[in-house]
Design a protein. Structure first.
Length: 320
């Protein structure tokens, strides 16, 4: 059977050993061995085995060339959403022929990628949604989520509610819409049956009225928490932006080092570029970590501040 044209192009121009600069010698050797095994298995038509080898090489020593081969392998397997995501990443990181090829595959695959749209009749407090092995919050409701063709499952849970699950099939180019029904209360939270009324106790002397609650203090506390939430969220956004910048710088330095490291022997300039790439990779990891923590903390502070403010004023003077 004749292979598609795009596979022939990749075999001719992109199946080259990945450039790995931030790993130990043993890791580089192991990644190269897995990469070469993947090439051989792909040539022999053993696509699943080849994908596994490319995936292991990418896990040990991430590289644009390896990811491009892995994307081609996954597209050959029919894992359209996986391949689309990988080609998209390559198109953002690569240059020249690799970038052009990845962009062409993204345009070709995108209309074929299946989608899943999940909605809910009622959003229970603390609802958690799991699509296959991926956990999501209620923020994912209503979005078109790319998935690979085939069978998938949705599992939904919430505190004090009975769980709900559903399996479904979705084909290439199709969109599956799932509606989560109202989650029923669990047995532990079901109200007990009514019993005979208990006689009212004898009247007791009236208690002194409680001191009024200073609602202004609660409002101030909620406002302070909301301010901290915006500050943390801003720090998180800056961290993600910095992580992206240093990530791009890492790949740029690695590509620049290629010209100074023929046959894996680097001159002084190449060694300096490799060191710069290591530093940029470290800074990118740190910045992304700070950004994720900032976004999560800021979101939590804002959500809990809103909940606290609503609890303090509903029933007193209305919500607005």
């Amino acid at each position: 059977m004749k292979r598609p044209l795009f596979v022939a192009i990749v075999l001719a121009g992109c199946f080259t050993a990945p450039v790995v600069t931030a790993q130990s010698g043993n890791e580089r050797a192991l990644a190269e061995a897995f990469f070469q095994d993947g090439r051989r298995l792909f040539d022999e038509g053993k696509v699943a085995e080849a994908c596994a080898k490319f995936g292991e090489s990418q896990r040990i020593a991430p590289a644009v060339g390896t990811l491009l081969n892995l994307a081609v392998c996954h597209e050959k397997q029919g894992l359209l959403a996986t391949a689309w995501a990988e080609f998209t990443t390559v198109s953002a990181q690569a240059s020249g022929e690799r970038k052009a090829f990845a962009q062409e595959r993204v345009r070709a695959i995108e209309p074929l990628v299946p989608k899943v749209v999940v909605s809910a009749e009622e959003v229970a407090p603390g609802m958690q949604i799991k699509l296959d092995a991926t956990s999501m919050s209620e923020g994912a409701l209503g979005s078109s989520i790319p998935v690979d063709p085939g069978e998938h499952s949705v599992e939904v849970s919430a505190p004090d509610r009975k769980p709900w699950s559903r399996k479904f099939q979705v084909g290439a180019g199709k969109t599956e819409t799932l509606v989560i029904p109202r989650l029923e209360p669990s047995a532990a939270t079901t109200p007990a049956p009514a019993t005979a009324p208990v006689p009212a106790p004898a009247p007791t002397p009236a208690a002194q009225p409680a001191a009024p609650v200073d609602q202004g203090v609660q409002k101030s506390d909620a406002g302070s928490q909301r301010t901290l939430g915006y500050v943390a969220l801003g720090v998180g956004v800056l961290g993600v932006a910095a992580g992206s910048y240093f990530g791009v710088r890492t790949f740029s330095k690695r590509d620049d080092a290629d010209a100074h490291c023929p046959n894996k022997r680097c001159d002084d300039t190449g060694s300096a570029l490799i060191e710069d790439a290591r530093d940029a990779a470290t800074l990118s990891t740190i910045a992304f970590g700070v950004g994720i923590v900032g976004v999560a903390a800021g979101s939590w502070l804002l959500l809990t501040a809103d909940a606290s403010s609503e609890s303090a004023y509903v029933g007193v003077s209305g919500r607005f």
